[in-house]
Design a protein around this ligand. Structure first.
Ligand code: AMP
Length: 190
C-alpha cells in the first residue's frame, strides 16, 4: 500500500512516472489534469467551469479541484492507496488535502519532487504537443507553478515528507530512483 504525491513543475514527468508506479503498486493514478481534461471534453458542469483556465494555463480555482479530489479519494478503489499527480498545487489545496485525509484516517507517505531545469521543461512540453503546450500557455503555466505551487516544497519539507529526485535523467533511471524510495518506505513500515 502506498500513498504518494508526485510533485514537480509542468513537464517534469509526473504523469509518466505516476502511470508506471500506479501499475506496479496496483493503486489508482489520480491526475487532476486528466480528470479536468476529460470533464472539458465531455462538457460537464465542471468542464465548462474549468475550460478557460486550462486553455490559458492558469490554475483552476481551489474549491473546484478540492471538491473533485475529495470525491475521487472517497471512491472504493482509493481506499488502499493512490498516486496523486498534479494535486496539490497550492498551499490551500495542500491544507485541504491534509484535513480530508485526516477525516478518513489516511495520510500521505511521501511527496516526490521531480527536479528538472526550466529549459528542459519547456523543450519537453513543446515536444509533447498537448493543446495547452504552446509557448504562451507554457510560459503562463511555469509562472503559475513558480508563484503558487513552488511554495509547497517548503510546506512538505517542514513536515518531513519531501524527497527530491533528479527528473532530468532517462525515464527508466527516474523510475528506478522512485522505486528505491518506495521500497525504503515499505521497509520502514514493516
Ligand atoms: P496537468 O495535466 O497536471 O499539467 O494540468 C493541466 C491543467 O489543469 C493545469 O494547467 C491547470 O489549468 C489544471 N489543473 C490541474 N491540476 C490542478 C490543480 N491541482 N489545481 C488547479 N488547477 C489544476
Amino acid at each position: 500500500m502506498v500513498r504518494l504525491i508526485l510533485f514537480g513543475a509542468p513537464g517534469a514527468g509526473k504523469g509518466t512516472q505516476a502511470l508506471v508506479l500506479a501499475q506496479e503498486q496496483q493503486v489508482p493514478h489520480i491526475s487532476t489534469g486528466d480528470i479536468l481534461r476529460a470533464a472539458v471534453a465531455n462538457q460537464t458542469a465542471l468542464g465548462l467551469q474549468a475550460k478557460t483556465y486550462l486553455d490559458q494555463g492558469q490554475l483552476v480555482p481551489d474549491d473546484l479541484v478540492i471538491d473533485l479530489i475529495q470525491e475521487r479519494l472517497n471512491q472504493p478503489d482509493a481506499q488502499s492507496g493512490w498516486i496523486l499527480d498534479g494535486f496539490p498545487r497550492t498551499v490551500t489545496q495542500a491544507q485541504a488535502l491534509d484535513g480530508l485525509l485526516k477525516g478518513i484516517g489516511q495520510s500521505c507517505d511521501q511527496v516526490i519532487n521531480l527536479e528538472v531545469p526550466e529549459q528542459v521543461l519547456v523543450a519537453r512540453m513543446l515536444g509533447r504537443g498537448r493543446r495547452d503546450d504552446n509557448e504562451t500557455v507554457i510560459r503562463q503555466r511555469l509562472q503559475e507553478y513558480a508563484q503558487k505551487t513552488a511554495p509547497l516544497i517548503d510546506f512538505y519539507r517542514d513536515r518531513q515528507k519531501l524527497t527530491a529526485i533528479d527528473g532530468n535523467a532517462q525515464i527508466q533511471h527516474v523510475t528506478k530512483a522512485i522505486q528505491q524510495l518506495v521500497q525504503g518506505l515499505d521497509n520502514l513500515a514493516s
